[in-house]
Write a protein that binds this ligand. Structure first.
Ligand code: ATP
Length: 196
């Protein structure tokens, strides 16, 4: 089975995430796309500490309506502790796994837990996050291919420059972020008073 995995903190899910999933589904012939909110992300400070079950709820609201091929998994959240992608990919051993990530993640792929093993086990699909980094990304992908035999496809798309940290900051300042997050996610943020 060809399985796409899209991991992240998703605090909150925004239009950049949603668009990435749609591009990914269009570009790869996947049997399923598993959205995987992290327990504790190893490379990030989770300053806002929104509980895993609330992030799961936001992921379900944002991603499930996109396609019947999408599943939202509680595997990393249930497991607890730091979530390492290598453990998740090993959980799907037997599948042909493609990992979806943004270019910021590609740039630090070397320092992921058991990076060489990870690159031998799955392919990567990468979505641009910033307009001014194309050269840097292509050079990084070439180096990872040369040094690790990594299989990396950079999806050709204009970046949608939005981030969860920007959204959290704007909510804290009382700004309207409804154009940056899916409607169902906006409702959860409002109902639960998140990120104030
Ligand atoms: P934060 O601002 O808190 O660091 P984030 O916006 O990067 O969060 P994550 O949940 O950490 O969101 O991201 C999950 C995955 O989605 C990562 O691979 C990240 O690179 C990717 N991603 C996030 N935002 C975008 C975007 N605007 N375009 C493409 N990919 C994105």
């Amino acid at each position: 089975m060809k399985t796409g995995i899209y991991g992240g903190t998703f605090s909150p899910v925004h239009m950049g995430h949603v668009r990435s999933c749609s591009l990914f589904l269009d570009a790869f012939c996947l049997d399923r796309l598993v959205v995987m909110p992290a327990g504790i992300p190893p490379h990030k400070e989770m300053t806002d500490r929104v509980a895993g079950d609330v992030r799961l709820e936001m992921c379900r609201a944002a991603f499930l309506p996109l396609s019947p091929k999408i599943e939202v998994s509680d595997f990393e959240i249930k497991k607890g502790g730091k979530s390492y992608t290598i453990d998740t990919v090993r959980h799907y051993a037997g599948d042909d796994v493609v990992l979806l990530c943004g270019t910021d993640m590609l740039l630090c792929l070397d320092c992921w837990m058991r990076a060489a093993e990870l690159m031998s086990l799955c392919q990567f699909a990468v979505i641009p996050r910033r307009a001014d980094e194309t050269e840097k990304i292509l050079r990084c992908a070439e180096r990872l291919k040369r040094e690790y035999g990594a299989r990396i496809s950079v999806i050709d798309a204009e970046p949608l420059e939005v981030s969860s940290s920007e959204i959290r900051e704007r909510i804290r300042c009382g700004d309207d972020v409804s154009s940056l997050v899916p409607g169902g996610v906006m409702e959860i943020i409002r109902d639960r008073g998140l990120y104030r």
